[in-house]
Write a new protein. Sequence first.
Length: 659
Amino acid sequence: MTTETTKPSRTSETPVLISGAGPVGTLAAIMLTRLGIPCRLIERELEVSPMSKALSLHARTLEIMDQTGLIDRFLAQGHPLSIFNVYFNGVHSVFPGLANSISHYNYALFQEQAKTTAILNGELEAHGGKVDRGWELMDTKVIEDQASGQTWVETIIRRALDGSNIRSTESKVLGEIELDAEQAGKKYEIEVVRSQYLIAADGGKSVVRHKLSIPFPGRTLENNIILFDGDIETDLELGDITVINGKNNQTMNIFPLSTGNVRIMVDASHLDRTKRPTNEDLEKIAQATADPYKFKIKGSSWLTFYRVNERQAASYSYKNRIFLAGDAAHVHSPAGGQGMNLGLQDAYNLTWKLALVLNKLSTPKILETYGEERIPVARDVINMSSRMFATGFSQKLYHRIIRKSVTTFASFLLRFIAVPAATVSMLSIRYNENAINQPHKTQRKPAEEYQVGQRAHDGPLLRVLPGGQTSQETVRLHQLIHGPGTFHILVFTSDMLRTTASTSKQADHQGIAFTTESQLRKNLEYYLREWASKWAYGAVHFSTSSQTELTERQTKSKRPMFNVHVISALAETISGPDFKDPSKIRADSLANKEPGKGRLYFDHLRIVHERYGVPVKTGSGAIVVIRPDSHVGYRVLGTNESAWMDVDQYLKSIFDACP
């Protein structure tokens, strides 16, 4: 019997179509909506799944949620991962959770994916968006109309007229990537959607990736992992993460859930993967692994096999119109809890670039940087996750010997957890030089940690008040770089503002001229006016039947494109918020500025200057451009007229399509 369908009932248009309303697709919709880009978010499932594949948000993702104004909702729902309980070779040890020293969020947040999805759905609805449920993407292609010279995406979607699009033949094994067979006898409503761009956030089985024949090379591991959510009875001490390596040389991970139940992952490669696992299957393996501790299963809400795939799409884009994000672009083992975090960061990287193109502020060439930047990041994550998973779960002789030979908690932790701890937080992600990460053409490159492409560092600041006093409240730099689609210009003055008698004839040891408070104020005011008059977000419309895609540009956008923050310091370290000596630093013309318009802040501990590689003592300062996704795009030493002209040229190289 063949599948029954109806003919297309209508054709619709939208600037951006997003397929898949998991956390990745929903964040993409939120960012585009905030930037004034109409988009349509479709999802095959009629309801949000209560099951949660992902359980943690890492520090870099928390920074992103901070910069998008969502962090309070996440912190209210989750809790910092603080305790590892480790049972190894009969020895019980406790280890504090993942920590880092370079982020305000020096922990991973333990929170089920279902809660993350609910928060993001609420935010999307608050901005007038919604998830269009029940629609399944069936086919997509890029149309290149020779007569008009236009290019767009044409996508066929369908919705079951009775019931859902879920097929009875679908595999229940988590991690399978094959496409499912058609459901016989179903009737569907068919729609054709025309869009400028398509974001495929439709998971590891991505229909988009299959229809476009984008290779998905990699491997499927032989491990047959049982994934269990349910209620257990045990005398094990459970922390946020409990890792057990038993006398049987099996590794079992246990994660307490907010419901009071637990998540268990354990290797069951000896079981027949063609049959569904049972509670009895799991209890037998778990008891043997936990021995001599007691372990009994009282009930389950989710019990399935999990197949680990380590794969990455050969390309993240198709004809620069269709983009893969999240699991559609990369899949890997759950070790390290990287998957959802990696996908959310995909969306954060892509959406601001799409907004520039749709607003005619940049050419589509900027979209090529999405794959250039995200493919190497995912490759590193896949490799790291693979090493972690093999150390804990592989039954190869080499890994069994490693686990058996580990006799102390410290050495086990070194091999299983601490080795990748520097990267598991995802704070070390750095993008290579490209069209939007440009090194200075003539100045010497700084040390690696200060170069373009690096994540924007955080640090404490004090606001400078008129008269040279400072505020009593510390503000973090990351609190200043909020705003979707906004470029943040950090102006480091070093100690040049210590008096108002500085002269531009002075120069530092590299011959870079100093500048005065007056000259600095004039430059930042001039360029802010110039940039705002030439480049601003507007209202985007899309029609394949019209050449007009951009309405009258708004010169005063609610979404500022450029914010400038001036950061001063002193050669002498002055701690505490009680600094009140106007002879040391006084720049009332900057202290009175509005936020983002050149307001002056005091780097009282010199930490921010240090983290951006800007000398403080008799330094000429520097200007650092932070991209909308909070990576360094450009930097130049000095804050004089020449430095501002260099920044202007950098911005012009990005906004080269502005009419």
